[in-house]
Design a binder for this molecule. Structure first.
Ligand SMILES: Cc1cc2nc3c(=O)[nH]c(=O)nc-3n(C[C@H](O)[C@H](O)[C@H](O)COP(=O)(O)OP(=O)(O)OC[C@H]3O[C@@H](n4cnc5c(N)ncnc54)[C@H](O)[C@@H]3O)c2cc1C
Length: 325
C-alpha cells in the first residue's frame, strides 16, 4: 500500500456504514447530502470522471447556470463534508450481499480496500461512445455537442451541422432548429433516418448533405467544417452528434438487478424512488437513464437518499418490535 492509499484508507472511519455511494457526481453527492443531514454514516467513493467534464460550463441548473462542472462538484463535496459524510477517491469494483438473512453488503474498491454497508447507492453515470470521425474527440464539449439544452443558447444562430443519430435518426437536427436557422443534416451511413424524418427536415428548412462523414476541419482551434469521405468540405461552426451510451451499471447487473430495454439501450429498472430489484440497492442519474441532466440526476439522488433513510429506520424499528413481542 503506497502513502497515498494509506492516507485515503485512514479516512474510512467506519467498519460498517449505513450507506455507501458508488459515484460522486451530481446524483451521488445529492444522495450523500440528504443522508448526511439525516445523520446517516455515509461514504462516497468516486472515480473522478463525471460525464460533463469536457465542458467548460454547466448550463440549466437553476441558480448554478454557467458554473464550471468542476466547481459545482467541489461545492457539493464541501457541503457533504459539513454533515460528516466521508468521501474518497476510488473505484468500487464489487458489492457482495452479506447473505446472513439481513440486508447489507461488503463493498470492494479497486485498490483492495473493503468496507461494509447496510445500503448501496449506485450513481456511476454512463460512458458516451463518440462517432469515429477524425478529430472529433478533441472538440467534444466545445464545438462538437450532443445536447442543445446544455449548450444551444451559447452557440445560437451559428452554422450548425448535425450527424444523424444512430438510433433516433433526424431527431437532433429537427430539435436544434430552435437555436439556429442554418442547419445542415448529415444522414452519414446510418439507416435510422426515415421518410417521415426527411419530410419534416424539409418542412423545417434543414438542408441535407448525403454521403459519408469522414472528419472535422479545424482552424485556429475552431471547427470550420465537416469533411466528407469523398473530399468535399461543408463549412460548419458547430456539429451536433449522437453518442452511443453505455451505462456504468456493472455493479448493479452483477448483483442481478433487473434491466429493461429503452430506445437508448438497456438500463437497470428502478421504481420512482430509484429502488432497484435488488433489496437494499438504489440507483440514480445517468447510470439508470441517458436523458438525466445534472438537475435530474441530483433530484434522483436526493430522492433515493431520503427513501433509504426511512428504509433504515423501518428496518431498525422492525427489529425492535420483533424482539419486544
Ligand atoms: C459534454 C457534455 C456536456 C454536458 N453539459 C451539461 C449541462 O450543461 N447541463 C446539464 O444539465 N447536463 C449536462 N450534461 C449531462 C451531465 O453530464 C449529466 O447529466 C450528469 O453528469 C449526470 O450526473 P451523474 O451523477 O449521473 O453522473 P456523472 O456526473 O457522470 O458522475 C458519475 C461519477 O461516478 C464515478 N464512477 C463511475 N464508476 C464508478 C465506480 N465503479 N466507483 C466509484 N465511482 C465511479 C465517475 O467517475 C463519475 O465521477 C453534459 C454531458 C456532456 C457529455
Amino acid at each position: 500500500m503506497n502513502a497515498h492509499t494509506t492516507s485515503l484508507a485512514a479516512s474510512l472511519t467506519h467498519e460498517r456504514y449505513d450507506v455507501v455511494v458508488a459515484g460522486g457526481g451530481a446524483a451521488g453527492l445529492s444522495a450523500a447530502l440528504v443522508l448526511g443531514r439525516s445523520r446517516r454514516s455515509t461514504l462516497v467513493v468516486d472515480a473522478g470522471a463525471p460525464r460533463n467534464a469536457p465542458a467548460a460550463h454547466m448550463q440549466g441548473y437553476l441558480s448554478r447556470d454557467g458554473m464550471s462542472p468542476g466547481a459545482f462538484l467541489e461545492a457539493g463535496r464541501r457541503e457533504i463534508a459539513a454533515y460528516g459524510v466521508q468521501w474518497t477517491a476510488g473505484e468500487v469494483v464489487g458489492a457482495v450481499p452479506d447473505g446472513d438473512g439481513t440486508v447489507g453488503f461488503t463493498v470492494t474498491l479497486a485498490d483492495g480496500r473493503t468496507v461494509r454497508a447496510r445500503r448501496l447507492v449506485v450513481t456511476t453515470g454512463l460512458v458516451d461512445e463518440l462517432p469515429p470521425f477524425d478529430g472529433l474527440a478533441d472538440r467534444w464539449g466545445r464545438d462538437v455537442l450532443h445536447c442543445p439544452y446544455c449548450h444551444g443558447w451559447e452557440v445560437r444562430d451559428r452554422a450548425f451541422g448535425v450527424v444523424a443519430h444512430p438510433v433516433m435518426g433526424a431527431h437532433q437536427a429537427l430539435l436544434v432548429t430552435q437555436w439556429s436557422d442554418d442547419v445542415v443534416f448529415f444522414p452519414h451511413t446510418y439507416d435510422s433516418v426515415t421518410e417521415e424524418d426527411r419530410r419534416r427536415l424539409a418542412a423545417a428548412g434543414v438542408r441535407t448533405v448525403e454521403g459519408e462523414v469522414a472528419g472535422l476541419v479545424v482552424a485556429d482551434d475552431r471547427l470550420t467544417g465537416v469533411r466528407m469521405a469523398d473530399g468535399r468540405v461543408i463549412e460548419r461552426e458547430v456539429l451536433f452528434v449522437g453518442t452511443r451510451v453505455t451505462p456504468r451499471d456493472g455493479l448493479l447487473t452483477a448483483l442481478g438487478a433487473a434491466t429493461e430495454d429503452t430506445p437508448m439501450g438497456r438500463f437497470v429498472s428502478v421504481d420512482a424512488t430509484g429502488r432497484t430489484s435488488v433489496p437494499g440497492v438504489w440507483a440514480a442519474g445517468n447510470a439508470i437513464g441517458a436523458a438525466e441532466q445534472v438537475v435530474n440526476a441530483a433530484s434522483g439522488g436526493y430522492r433515493a437518499g431520503a427513501i433509504i433513510n426511512m428504509d433504515l429506520l423501518n428496518e431498525d424499528l422492525d427489529r425492535k418490535t420483533a424482539t419486544t413481542v
